[in-house]
Design a protein around this ligand. Sequence first.
Ligand code: ZN
Length: 101
Amino acid sequence: MARPRKKKATEAAPERSPQEAALCEKYPLVNIVPGSWRAPGGRDGWGTKATVVTLCPCSEAEGKDVTTVRATSDLFQVGSLCQVCSKARSKNKAAKRKEAK
Ligand SMILES: [Zn+2]
C-alpha cells in the first residue's frame, strides 16, 4: 500500500510547469519534485534566482522525503543529492584520492 506523502509548507501542484519540464529534460539525472519550480523572486531567501526542490536518492533509505532547495542555475553541478549525501560523497572522493597516493 502506498503511504500518503507528507507535504511541507508549500502546497505544490503535482503537475510540472513548462519551465520545470525543460529542466527535467536538461538534467535527466536530477530528481526534481513535481510542481516545485519557482520563478525568480518566487522563493524567500533566494533573491532573483529561479529555484526548484530536489529529492535525494537517500529518501528511500531514510523512509522520508529528503529534499533540498536549489537555484536552477546550480542544478548542473549539484545534482539532487542532499547536503549529507554530497558531503559523504566528497569525503569518499577525498579518501580514495588519499589511498591512491
Ligand atoms: Zn541524501
